[in-house]
Design a protein around this ligand. Structure first.
Ligand code: PLP
Length: 357
């Protein structure tokens, strides 16, 4: 069985087997990792190992804090304006699709928002490129969504925001390709795609921005509080952090981000080539904006789409139904999806096409 779910997504088998092997007794201590005190030496060492491994995978500079928090990326849609908005300066947003719009709608509850550019004209079938919009200096930050999980659109370049801190919702692309952390003020991501199980949210924040976080921000959303308390302002999601630590270890042992990027490119190429050379399946996203993580595609009729999804499940290819707002199909092929999974999907697509074309 291959699971193409957009999240919670499949985890590497090696990671699951390792977790299984020590589920009842973590490193022989006689207790499950799930029931270790978050103040215990054993858990504190998991937490610092997870942070160090993440720092090493992404080359995170010393003047950035790594925060392990909760509430998913959706809580960050509120945390960003609550912590970072400055008087008289709106939060800037690039409207690139479904998740960018969710971030915008939430920010509007807390302060003024300026949509700097929108891809609405293309029906969200392409990314917004540098040079197509200008970012004035009078913004508290510029927020964007480098990979739109539902639309299958990825930004080919990092937006140039000048002195305005860039904030990125990397929920569906973090750890899939190299990035230069120093380009960003804040990076955040829900864990349930490329990091680990749901319940953990990662925030990487440049230290100077911690000075903006005022007393009125709810304590558990306040980046300065989370940073000063080493992500332990309350009980952290200990099991999810343990799993993330194993995923980081798996990535490091398999060549780190450069290696996983190569694999991700091979998988995406295989799938997009199959779609482009088919006379049944289409993908509406422009060539330079196609996501290597989430690949939406569809047949000409809703009935054929439904049939495809149903028959794919019978063949062990799970969760290929597109998002309820978009219809069609979507294959999420995150880091843990092996090449063989995409091959199985492509073979199935070709077989399906031969029956219906
Ligand atoms: N942002 C992006 C890009 C996403 O893909 C998702 C979920 O799929 C979210 C935000 C919302 O994440 P959560 O469910 O963790 O709040």
């Amino acid at each position: 069985t291959y699971n193409f779910c957009s999240g919670p997504a499949m985890l590497p088998e090696e990671v699951l087997l390792k977790a299984q092997s020590e589920l009842l007794s973590y490193q022989g201590c006689g207790m499950s990792v799930m029931s270790l005190s978050h103040r215990s030496d054993a858990f504190l060492s998991i937490l610092s190992q997870a942070e160090n491994r993440l720092r090493s995978l992404l080359n995170i500079p010393d003047h950035y804090h790594v925060l392990f928090t909760q509430g998913g990326a959706s809580a960050q849609f509120a945390s960003i304006p609550l912590n970072l908005m400055q008087p008289g300066k709106p939060g800037g947003y690039l409207d690139s699709g479904y998740w960018a719009q969710k971030a915008i709608a939430e920010a509007e509850r807390y302060g003024p928002v300026k949509v700097v550019a929108s891809a609405a004209e293309s029906n969200y079938s392409r990314a917004l490129l540098n040079g197509e919009y200008s970012v004035g200096a009078k913004l508290s930050y510029l927020h964007y969504t480098p990979n739109e999980t539902i639309d299958g659109v990825a930004f080919p370049d990092v937006p140039q925001s000048g002195q305005v801190p860039l904030v990125a919702d990397m929920s569906s692309c973090i750890l899939s390709a190299p990035l230069n952390v120093a380009d960003f003020g804040v990076i955040y991501a829900g864990a349930q795609k490329n990091i680990g199980p749901a319940g953990l949210t990662l925030v990487i924040i440049r230290d100077d921005l911690l000075e903006r976080c005022g007393d009125r921000v709810p304590r558990l959303m306040n980046y300065a509080t989370l940073a000063s308390q080493n992500s332990m302002a309350n009980t952290p999601p200990t099991f999810a952090i343990y799993m993330a630590n194993l995923v980081f270890e798996w990535l490091l042992e398999n060549g780190g981000i450069p290696q996983i990027e190569k694999q991700n490119q091979r998988k995406a190429e295989l799938l997009y080539n199959a779609i482009d050379s088919s006379s049944l399946f289409t993908n509406a996203v422009e060539q330079g904006s196609r996501s290597a993580m989430n690949v939406p595609f569809s047949c000409a009729s809703a009935e054929l789409n439904e049939r495809f999804v149903r028959q794919a499940e019978q063949a062990g290819l799970m969760n290929l139904k597109g998002h309820r707002s978009r219809g069609g199909m979507r294959a999420s092929i995150y880091n843990a999806m092996p090449y063989s999974g995409v091959e199985a999907l492509v073979n199935f697509m070709q077989k399906f096409e031969s029956q219906y074309v």
